[in-house]
Structures are given as C-alpha cells and as structure tokens.
Ligand binder design. Sequence first.
Ligand code: OOG
Ligand code: MG
Length: 267
Amino acid sequence: MNETVNALTDEQIAALAEHVENAELKAQDITKITNEYPQMTWKDAYDIQWAIRARKEARGSKIVGMKMGLTSWAKMAQMGVETPCYGFLADYFSVPDGGDIQTDQLIHPKIEAEIAFVTNKPLKGPGVHIGDVLNATEFVIPAVEVIDSRYENFRFDLKSVVADNSSSTRFITGGMMADPRDLDLKTLGVVMEINGEVVEVGAGAAVLGHPASSVAMLANMLGERGEELPAGTFVMTGGITAAATVNKGDSICVRYQGLGSISARFV
Ligand code: OOG
Ligand code: MG
C-alpha cells in the first residue's frame, strides 16, 4: 500500500480526530483505532493528528512546541515499536517546574526524561542534519514529558499512537539552559526519581545517538508534509530512558548533569 496517500475519507479523518481528542479531554480510554480501521495509512494517522491540532487552535489553544517520540531503544523496546514519531504541544500542556499535575485529568500517566532544544533559525527538510540543528540552536534545556496514551492499557501500534498526538499530554521544562557548544550532549546523564527513589538512569546518546539528530529527523519528517520547523520552536527530543508509571500522590524529580533538575507533584 502506498503510505503517502489516504485510505480513509476526509469525513472518517475528521470523525476519528474528534473521537481521539474527546478521549484526551474526558480522560477516558478508547480501543486503538486500527482495530476498526486496519487500512489506515501513515498519511491518515498524521492527518488525524493535524486535525486534532486544528481543533485545539480553533478553540483558542496556542501550539507552543513539538515533541519527538520513540527515539531511544529503551522507549522502542518498552512500547514494541521501532519508528520515531512526532506530536505537537498545546499551551495547556505546560506545567511550571515544581508545579502540580492534576492526575484526575489523565488516564494512566508516565514520565519521561528528555532534552529540549529551542531553535533560532527555521529548519526545513529534507536533508537537515545534526550540523544544521546545532547551527540553529539558541539553547538546550531539560524537559520532563508526561505521556498518557488514550488507548486501553497503554497498548497501541505506531499508526494509532501517531493519530493520538504521540501520547502527548503535559510537559515541564526548567533547570538551566545551556549553549550546546559547552556540552557533550551524548554523555549528559539523567537520573529519574519518584518519591526519592531512583527509577531510571540514562545518557543523551540514547536518543538516536545524539539528541540533535532527533530535531533533524523532525524537520525532515515535517518537510515530507511541506511543513517547516519555525525559528523559536521548543522541541522535546524524546525519552532517554523507558517511561515510568506515576500515580496520584507521587513526587518526581529528574536530575540533569550540569543542568539542574525538574520536579513536580501528581496531585
Ligand atoms: C509514545 C510517545 C513516546 C517519547 O519520548 O518516546 C514519547 C508513547 O510511548 O506513548 O513521547
Ligand atoms: Mg516523550
């Protein structure tokens, strides 16, 4: 099947966008959509995601960044899929460092330790590489992503997760920003703690060998749709370690080598 064309109609894409977005807004899980639409193509899946983005924008939400997902072996192995995917970040996803996350608004949240980039030049694929990304980086900064698949038991195939905005739900950024010239992003260590106990550790190279290659891949994927990554975009590059399940009442802290820490509480 040619995956650059649609198998679903415009009406089906619009209906699925509403269905998946409502699951997010009501914090109610749904069965993965490929069960009912096994013919769904990659184009359909991203069209559903972009339709959800348009629904939020039409309601007045601002898009405040992008995220890459499934960029590390730890994440790919955990979820049983082997291709990175992207999603968007809406304004209400943002939680301040040290802030509270309303657990009841989510289905089955997990946290991820990530490195984020803020760009200062547009990046447009194809052909974007690590050099282009570093040349277009204003600074890097720690980020914790809270993911929450809308699918039952957090189980999905890649097309279903793409349609579900790659499980995006909340993010926290903070700690210290840094010039990537001053860092070895490959060896930058992260330590994830829940209620004071270390649950995951990792280093930046877990993300596609170098976190900047995740931003390059995003620009190249967007280029396939004729889209670019504008200057000034906040981009989360993907979980370095496996994601950790969190529950109401948990306090989390992720420490980033030389870049401080991020904390939050699930209330
Ligand atoms: C998909 C999103 C993964 C990451 O950083 O790898 C992601 C999922 O695992 O639900 O955000
Ligand atoms: Mg993530």
